[in-house]
Write a protein that binds this ligand. Sequence first.
Ligand code: ADP
Ligand code: ASP
Ligand code: MG
Length: 438
Amino acid sequence: MGTKVAKFGGTSLADSEQIRKVQLLINADSERRYIVPSAPGKRDASDRKITDLLYLCHAQVRQNVPIGEVFTIIADRYREIVRDLNVGIDLEPHLEEIEKKISEGASADYAASRGEFLNGLILSALLDYDFVDPYEIIFFDKYGRLDSERSQTETKNRLSNHNKAVIPGFYGCSHDGKIKTFPRGGSDITGAIVAKGVNADIYENWTDVSGLLMADPNIVENPRPIDTITYRELRELAYMGANVIHDEAIFPVREAGIPVKIKNTNKPDDPGTLIVQDAGPVTHTGTITGIAGRKDFTVITIEKALMNAIVGYGRRLLSVIEVNGISFEHMPSGIDTISLVIPDSQLENKLDNILKEIQSECAPDSIEVNPNMALIATVGRGMARTPGIASKLFGSLAEKKINVRMIDQGSSEINIIVGVETDDFENAQRAIYQSFTG
Ligand code: ADP
Ligand code: ASP
Ligand code: MG
């Protein structure tokens, strides 16, 4: 018998009606043996995710605000799900313990992880699958990074004893034995680790859209779905904002050569998107696979005459940002200039100090700081060495009078990144999408 790992996202498990759909999907295919659930997400646009409410409880405790009111909203959502589905499970002792621990100052990671934990308990009872706590199989190292070797070994060993199991997403065990979560959206990573651990034939990622779309549907109206995409392209798009699947979820499945399928829980007959190592030649050159973007970057541009001839200039510059504990996203350079593109979140309270240190370490002729920059990635394996792509891309932006402030074509040749003003972020994506699909 084959093995499928199926991860279901928050909207797919937001209430009993959604969970029924999930149950039907799992029961329809006996190969769906390992199930990775998220916490209940939003039921409609104005609703709140359980994970957000759990983080809120934790924040309230830190501000000495009683959590009773918010915790009751959380508990009632689970109670309603258990009641509607008529599952024989008593969540009360768990709810009591979780409320107590959060009130007593348990960590944010502990609080957030309980969303997936409780949903996992419900699903394992409903499906009659074993419950495997990821705390026992997924491990982080002392730097807080996933210890993939240990996690893969433990996952493989442990799951070989379970023919069918539910493994909650999003969390594992820190190096000192505490609950630790992945970044937001991290249940996708759990699913990928489980898929590799059980050597799955396929990793199914069930969500609320019919696959990876060519652009963010919140920005571009009705973007076309992508039928097949490579791991590399997906990683570029996911990292740059196509958050239908977490970009770090690619690594375990890519190493093991396991294909990923993104599917819509609400429209299971839609084909979805297949993610593979080699998607074959593109049918016509000059096409792109997709567009994604992120806001909130600052660009620091350093100019120095004859920079190209000064040995070690780049190293001096990079060591300034290194000692300040900052990583950069891109580093476009010219003969006499280097720009560093840095996410604002990294720069908080550090910019003044960095500028001072660049001044003293690198003695530049000028330093320019441009905040409010947004980056847009246009990705496609079909674009390598295709001259028409760049002119179409830049032509579409020029036509809409959008000023391009930075260009970086990754050496991978499957990605052109442009920097635009934050105010142009949405329009730029619409313009690029139009030019390649219209
Ligand atoms: P889940 O809770 O199932 O993990 P997410 O909310 O994390 O779902 O991801 C799905 C959402 O990602 C979609 O509803 C959509 O709004 C958003 N999204 C952003 N960019 C894209 C894209 N290029 N293709 C598909 N969805 C996208
Ligand atoms: N529930 C977590 C979040 O909202 C993890 C996930 O959904 O993947 O980020
Ligand atoms: Mg997600």
